[in-house]
Design a protein. Structure first.
Length: 255
C-alpha cells in the first residue's frame, strides 16, 4: 500500500513514498532538488516535452541496486493549463497536447507533474499496470479532471476497485481560500468550504474519487500544505515561477 513520507523527510531534496508494488516508482521534488524542467515563463521553444531522469532517483522497493546505476528513463511532462483534458501516451515520441492528465500503459517511462499549490495526483492500477499523472488545480478539480482521468483509465481496461491513488503535498484546508467562487461551484463543492471561504480541497478530491468508484482506503491524501511548508515551492506564498515535480512510472528494467 502507499504511505506518506516520514516526518523527518521535510529537509530532503526528494520526498519518497513507500508502497508494496515492486515496479512502481513515485516521488516528489522539494525546493532543495534540482529543477527537472526549466521554470514557468521559459520560452516554449526552450522547454522540452521529454527529458531523461536517472533511474537512481526512481528507487524501487525490490530493486535497490538501481539506486547506484547510471541508466536513465524518459521523463515526460504536460503543457498544463487547468483543463480537464487527459492524453493517452501510446509512444514516448508522441507530441503532448495541452492537457492536465496523462495516462499510459507503457513501462520504463516517467510521467511528470509540475505543481506549486495544485494537487499532483498519481493513480496506479496494480492489476492492469496502467498509471495516471494528474495536475488538479481547483479549477480543474471543480470542472471534472478526476472524472476525465478515471474514464481514460477505464478505457485502458482498468476497474476502479483496482486503483490506488496518491496525492503529493498541495494547498491545504488551512490556506485554500477561494474568496469568490465562480458560477460552476455547486452546492456539492460549497460543502467543503468553511464560513471564511477556505476550502478543504483534499476532502473534495477524496469525495470525488470515491464517487468514481475508487475504494476510500486506497486513496492517500497529503499530510503537508505547500504554502505552510518552506521546503516546498508555493505560488500563494512566494508568487514564484518555480515548481515542485511529482514523478510516477513503472520500471521493468532488468540489470
Amino acid at each position: 500500500m502507499l504511505q506518506l513520507p516520514a516526518p523527518n523527510n521535510h529537509t530532503a531534496p526528494y520526498l519518497r513514498y513507500s508502497h508494496d508494488f515492486p515496479h512502481l516508482f513515485l516521488f516528489s521534488t522539494t525546493a532543495k532538488a534540482p529543477d527537472l524542467f526549466p521554470p514557468l515563463g521559459t520560452p516554449a521553444s526552450l522547454v522540452p516535452q521529454a527529458s531523461k531522469i536517472p533511474l537512481k532517483l526512481c528507487t524501487l522497493k525490490s530493486n535497490q541496486q538501481y539506486a547506484h546505476h547510471n541508466a536513465h528513463l524518459p521523463l515526460v511532462k504536460m503543457q498544463q493549463r487547468h483543463t480537464t483534458n487527459c492524453f493517452h501516451l501510446k509512444n514516448i515520441t508522441d507530441t503532448i497536447p495541452i492537457c492536465d492528465a496523462l495516462v499510459t500503459e507503457l513501462p520504463d517511462v516517467a510521467l511528470c507533474i509540475q505543481h506549486a499549490d495544485c494537487q499532483a495526483t498519481c493513480i496506479y492500477d496494480y492489476k492492469r499496470k496502467n498509471i495516471a499523472a494528474i495536475h488538479a488545480g481547483w479549477r480543474g478539480q471543480v470542472a471534472g479532471i478526476y472524472a476525465t482521468s478515471v474514464k481514460a483509465l477505464k478505457d485502458l481496461g482498468s476497474h476502479p476497485n483496482n486503483l490506488f491513488v496518491f496525492m503529493a503535498p498541495s494547498l491545504g484546508p488551512c490556506c485554500a481560500e477561494i474568496a469568490h467562487p465562480p458560477e460552476n461551484f455547486t452546492a456539492y463543492h460549497m460543502q467543503f468550504a468553511n464560513k471564511n471561504m477556505f476550502f478543504n480541497l483534499w476532502e473534495m478530491a477524496h469525495s470525488q474519487l470515491t464517487l468514481l468508484g475508487i475504494p476510500s482506503h486506497q486513496i492517500v491524501l497529503p499530510s503537508k500544505c505547500t504554502k505552510c511548508t518552506p521546503n516546498l515551492h508555493s505560488y500563494r506564498r512566494d508568487k514564484t515561477a518555480k515548481r515542485n515535480s511529482t514523478v510516477v512510472g513503472l520500471s521493468l528494467i532488468h540489470i
